[in-house]
Every structure is written in structure tokens, then in C-alpha cells.
Design a protein around this ligand. Structure first.
Ligand code: UNU
Ligand code: FES
Ligand code: FE
Length: 446
């Protein structure tokens, strides 16, 4: 039995260290978080045509996502309804039907059970095929991104994204939108899924320290913060958090600042932002339009993270409490010329791909944060996310709760506030009954 109340102290910015370790907490997360929240599946650009499919995971459940003849997208458990073997082994492809490797039951792209070998002769009319279609999963999309949800009562994806849609639109909706470039690289890390999710939601503190050597070697402007010789000035950035835990950090005007100043990719990328930015400013005003061309690090709760500027798109798939499988795609803007798209993809791979320099920098921290909880004294400990506590504001131009500095833990606190609420709730109805502004007061403490 998990005492959810004891896991997170919202007011004081404290979490129990055992959230990275205990099997019972993990089991409750599978029910409460992954059983109720929207989980990333795929993007339009990865399954453009009827019959296209991709396979993946919603937490530990294996899923297939298929493009229908009418252009819509459906998702199913990737599990044969006969004796339960995995249905599709391929990672992606185009198909008219899926046949199980075990006895050959075959399903259409719409999930219906179509063909049962020797059905007449063996079942003699006794099998009701209409009752053995694939188990369908609720799917909704936002700006070409598809997410799945196991809970019919969950709010729409639109309502779930809430305040962060405003910010996602700045890079997903204006101009031609984005594409994800696959197939995703996949790698195993021996860490709890929340260690990278919280890092991407709000950790700019580590950038100049953990990534010192990589930033210097890469030779972009961000090398200037390497070593943390002085705190960044107040104007360097901000953090944002929202009701259901989604959040991000901003480094103003620093989108391409990881990439070498005089490299071909760096030059193309800087020119791209310089040419597109004026349109954004015209549309959104100077204050909001500045988000475009800034470096963003964010997480869509619970386990879907992204970096804009470094253009990595991540899914941290849990594999028990102490391991994840990382899926990494690259983000490109649709209207970028092919040469720039290629440069962005290769820049992403050298920074945040499976063998990327910054990915490797982070991995050791994620793994020790998890594995040192083998120690019984260690896991009795606490985690501190008090940076910038009390230094929040509401801003009429920026939805959500704003942390007023580039380096702070406002979006950590927002992430864990939502985590606690969803972990402890009987169902979505109970969560949605709450005053829709109560979360802000809880975070800001007034
Ligand atoms: O590691 C990160 N989250 C990061 C790296 C953030 C901004 C720039 C580079
Ligand atoms: Fe942050 Fe040690 S200084 S985990
Ligand atoms: Fe990092």
C-alpha cells in the first residue's frame, strides 16, 4: 500500500527519493499515471499512407498504430486475441493485414479478425470472429502528434495539453509545422523513467555543468555558460508549468546555440531562424514571438520529452522501476530545405542520439540517481526541488505558471504536483471536479 501523500511535498519542493525505486510505487504509476494519461504514439509524418503502421509501447503494453483507408489513425494492443502471442514483430511498414506467427489468425488494419485458418473445417461455425478483433485503444491527435489513452474517462488530448498548446503552436502550427524523422533509435538506460522526464521538463541548472566538456567541444554560443562561472543574468530565460504537469524551460534566442558557430549545420540553422523569426514576431508580437528561435527543453507529462533547437524528441518507456527504453526521433520543420533537415538530424544524433555526447553526459546521472537506492538508508532520503521556490508569477501574455529565471525548478514542482494529484485520485472525474485554478494557488502558495 503506497502512501501517495508522503511522496511529494508541493509547498516545500520536496519528493521522497523512493519514487525512483520502489516496486509498489511503480506498480501504482502503471495504474494511475500510465493507465490514465495520454502517451505518445507517433506523428503523421511517420505513417503518411493508408496501410502504414508502426509498433511501440504504452508503458509496458505493446501497441500497433495503423493508418486507415479513410486517413484516420487507430491503435491496438499488439497482441493476438487467440493465444496471446505478439502479433507484429516489425517496427514499421505498410501492410494490408497482420497474420499471427503462432496459428495464422489474420487481422485487418482496422483491427477486425478477418481470416482464421481452416475456420469452417475446424471450428464448424462455432467461432464468432466479430468478438475477437484486436483490443482498440483510444487515440487523439494534436498538430499531427498522436497520443493513446487507456482511460475512456480521460479529458480530451486538447484539454489535457491545456496551457502548453499555446507554446506548442509556436513551433508546431505556424508556417508548415513539424515532422518527426524516424525510425527512432532505441537504447536501454538503467534509470527510473522520471529521472529524464524531470530533467527535460525543467533542468537548465545542469546544462553548464554536466555538459561543460560537450558544449566546449561543440563550439556553439552555449559554451559560454559552460562551467557556471557566473549565474546567468535574469533575462536569459524562464520556465513554464501547467495543470497536468507538462512544462518547459526557455533559453532566449539560443535555439541553435549548441551547434558550432562556423559549421555548415550551425550556419544554415542560424540563417533559418533569422529568416523565419520576423514572421513570428509580426504574428505574435515581440514578447511571445521570441519563443521561436529560443532553445526549449520540455516534457509532455508523463514521459514524452523534447528539445527545440537541439531538436530531439524522446519517449522514456518504463521497463520496471529501474530501467527505461529510450526512443529518439529528430524534429525538423516541414518547410526546411532538405540540406538543413539532414544537418538538423545529424546534429541531433551527435548530441542527443543514443550515442550522442550530451545524451551520454546525462545518462550516468540518471542511472546513479536510480541505482544508489539499492541502499536502504539512501532510499529513505529526500529530493530537493526548491530552486526558485517563491519566485513565480502569472503573466497575462504567458499561460501557465511562470518561473522567472532561466535556471529554476518551477516546472519540476509543477510536474510532481500533477504526479501526486493523478497518483492519488480515484479517477479523472475526481480530478476534473477540482477548481481549475487551484493548482496555480497550490504551486505559488497563495
Ligand atoms: O540537457 C539539456 N536539457 C539542454 C541541453 C538544455 C538546453 C541546451 C542544451
Ligand atoms: Fe544536483 Fe548533486 S548537485 S544532484
Ligand atoms: Fe542534459
Amino acid at each position: 500500500q503506497v502512501d501517495v501523500e508522503s511522496l511529494v511535498d508541493v509547498k516545500n519542493g520536496i519528493q521522497a527519493k523512493r519514487i525512483f525505486w520502489d516496486q509498489q510505487i511503480y506498480d501504482l504509476e502503471i495504474e494511475q499515471i500510465f493507465g490514465k494519461c495520454w502517451q505518445f504514439l507517433t506523428h503523421d509524418s511517420l505513417i503518411p499512407n493508408p496501410g502504414d503502421f508502426t509498433t511501440g509501447y504504452m508503458a509496458e503494453d505493446e501497441v500497433i498504430v495503423t493508418r486507415q483507408d479513410d486517413g484516420s489513425v487507430k491503435a491496438f494492443l499488439n497482441v493476438c486475441t487467440h493465444r496471446g502471442a505478439r502479433l507484429v514483430a516489425a517496427e514499421a511498414g505498410n501492410a494490408r493485414a497482420f497474420s499471427c506467427t503462432y496459428h495464422g489468425w489474420s487481422f485487418g488494419m482496422d483491427g477486425a479478425l478477418k481470416v482464421v485458418p481452416m475456420e469452417e473445417e475446424l471450428y464448424r461455425g462455432s467461432l464468432d470472429k466479430s468478438k475477437f478483433g484486436l483490443r482498440e485503444i483510444r487515440v487523439e491527435s494534436y498538430r499531427g502528434l498522436y497520443y493513446g489513452n487507456f482511460d475512456a474517462q480521460a479529458p480530451s488530448l486538447n484539454d489535457y495539453l491545456g496551457d502548453v498548446k499555446f507554446y506548442l503552436d509556436i513551433w508546431m502550427d505556424i508556417n508548415g509545422g513539424i515532422e518527426l524523422v524516424g525510425p527512432p533509435s532505441r537504447s536501454l538506460l538503467n534509470c527510473n523513467w522520471k529521472t529524464p522526464a524531470e530533467n527535460f521538463v525543467g533542468d537548465t541548472y545542469h546544462v553548464g555543468w554536466t555538459h561543460l566538456a560537450s558544449l566546449m567541444a561543440l563550439g556553439g554560443e552555449l559554451a559560454a555558460i559552460g562551467g557556471n562561472e557566473a549565474p546567468p543574468n535574469e533575462g536569459l530565460g524562464m520556465q513554464v508549468t501547467s495543470r497536468f504537469g507538462h512544462g518547459f524551460g526557455v533559453l532566449w534566442d539560443a535555439a541553435p546555440a549548441v551547434h558550432a558557430i562556423n559549421s555548415k549545420a550551425g550556419t544554415l540553422y542560424r540563417e533559418w531562424f533569422a529568416s523565419r523569426k520576423p514572421k513570428m514576431v509580426e504574428k505574435l508580437g515581440a514578447k511571445v514571438g521570441r519563443i521561436y528561435g529560443s532553445h526549449l527543453n520540455g516534457t509532455v507529462f508523463p514521459n514524452n520529452s523534447y528539445l527545440l533547437g537541439t531538436n530531439t524528441f524522446k519517449l522514456w518507456v518504463p521497463r520496471g522501476p529501474h530501467q527505461i527504453e529510450v526512443f529518439t526521433w529528430a524534429i525538423v520543420e516541414k518547410e526546411m530545405p532538405a540540406e538543413l533537415k539532414n544537418a538538423v538530424v545529424s546534429g541531433m544524433n551527435s548530441t542527443f542520439g543514443s550515442a550522442g555526447m550530451l545524451e551520454a553526459d546525462d545518462s550516468d546521472n540518471m542511472e546513479t540517481m536510480t541505482q544508489n537506492n539499492r541502499g536502504r538508508m539512501t532510499r529513505e532520503g529526500k529530493l530537493n526541488s526548491q530552486l526558485g521556490l517563491g519566485f513565480h508569477k502569472l503573466d497575462p501574455d504567458f499561460p501557465g505558471v511562470i518561473g522567472q529565471s532561466a535556471i529554476g525548478e518551477t516546472s519540476y514542482r509543477g510536474f510532481y504536483r500533477a504526479y501526486k494529484e493523478i497518483m492519488g485520485a480515484d479517477n479523472w472525474k475526481a480530478i476534473l471536479k477540482l477548481d481549475p485554478d487551484a493548482w496555480k494557488h497550490e504551486l505559488i502558495g497563495q
